[in-house]
Design a protein around this ligand. Structure first.
Ligand code: SAM
Length: 327
């Protein structure tokens, strides 16, 4: 039987984004609408046993990296317990987490002890009022969460900033200085038209190629690399330890090197962030499918992985919010 997940375009799938909840305590303008409450029913959530089973099979098929995400993953009860179970699975070499950091003061240490090494924290503004407008949350909670991550020994800590024209564009330089000061890595992200919120935010789309050119007028930027397997293109700021990653799904898409798929909390395996192609795993798992059948279902699904997203050609295509797919 096939032992690797290779799609029809020769791309090897070795990275899984695992969403453990679609709930979030924030409402980022480009992600979840204010007042949104239509979350997945708890009986549809994959249990920890079901997640472990699927990831064991993925591990046997060559998936080596797992990033836990959501929604806000730290809202799922006993996430550190799940992380420890994933970390022990054969083949899984790298376990990382994306979070908004609000719950990190309570959970950072347990997650670090469970074997999560790398952490990404979303932070779009360093101005308390603007942060609240953009997310509905409190900046001080995130800053305290970042401090807790540092104390717990996460390394690297990366800041994910969705850069929006006319919204937080004027803070990119402040964010660069903040990350130099705190020894964080900065990743700038182009907004994507996923869900009605993502489409509305497209009015504020900012081309990161231009941002890079502007930064290069102030800093010497040296092409660089970071471990992780993600799509960011990195530069190092000369004379500092700061690395800045540019994630440019719109201005310069990276689909030809896409190495990932996404498993949502209800057991849907999404084959592309920008397409509807998927495999419903929950019915298979709950019907008592055997490991070989599960493996074959995954291999067959990967064979259907779309060549690329069509955010520019068909911006209205993806109805689900990012928090549902797992960002
Ligand atoms: N709650 C966690 C967090 O804040 O990182 C994990 C989930 S969140 C959906 C993951 C990432 O997706 C965040 O960095 C967020 O900014 C990004 N995101 C959400 N909607 C987006 C959109 N429409 N375009 C680009 N990035 C988006």
């Amino acid at each position: 039987m096939t032992t690797a997940l290779i799609d029809r375009f020769g791309r090897r799938i070795e990275y899984l984004r695992l969403s453990v909840t679609d709930k979030c305590d924030l409402r980022c303008v480009y992600c979840l609408p204010r007042g949104f409450k239509a979350f997945e029913e708890p009986e549809h959530w994959l249990s920890f046993d079901e997640i472990e089973r699927v990831l064991r099979v993925f591990g046997a098929l060559g998936v080596a990296r797992v990033r836990i995400t959501g929604g806000e993953p730290l809202l799922r009860k006993n996430l550190a317990g799940l992380a420890a179970r994933i970390k022990r699975l054969p083949g899984i070499k790298d376990l990382s987490l994306s979070t908004n950091a609000t719950q990190l003061p309570k959970q950072a240490l347990a997650l670090r002890e469970a074997g999560v090494t790398r952490i990404n924290v979303s932070l779009d503004s360093l101005q308390a009022e603007r942060f609240h407008e953009l997310t509905g949350g409190r900046l001080d909670q995130v800053l305290t969460g970042l401090e807790a991550a540092r104390q717990a020994g996460f390394d690297p800590i990366r800041i994910n900033m969705v850069a929006l024209r006319g919204v937080n564009e004027d803070e990119i330089a402040d964010m660069v200085e903040f990350c130099i000061e705190h020894d964080f890595t900065l990743r700038l992200i182009e907004t994507m038209p996923v869900g009605s919120t993502g489409r509305a935010a497209a009015d504020h789309y900012l081309d990161l190629q231009k941002v890079r050119e502007r930064l290069a007028q102030h800093y010497e930027l040296i092409p660089s690399v970071m471990p992780g397997g993600g799509p960011a293109r990195y530069v190092r700021v000369a004379g500092t330890n700061l690395r800045i990653g540019f994630i440019t799904p719109i201005s310069q898409h990276f689909c030809e090197t896409c190495n990932r798929v996404r498993l949502s909390v209800d057991g849907t395996l999404y084959l592309c962030l920008g397409q509807e192609d998927k495999l419903e795993l929950r019915p298979l798992l709950r019907a008592g499918v055997g490991d070989d059948e599960l493996k074959q279902a995954l291999v067959d699904a990967i064979a259907r992985k779309p060549e690329r997203h069509e955010f520019l050609e068909k911006p209205a295509q993806v109805l689900r919010f990012m928090s549902m797919t797992g960002g």
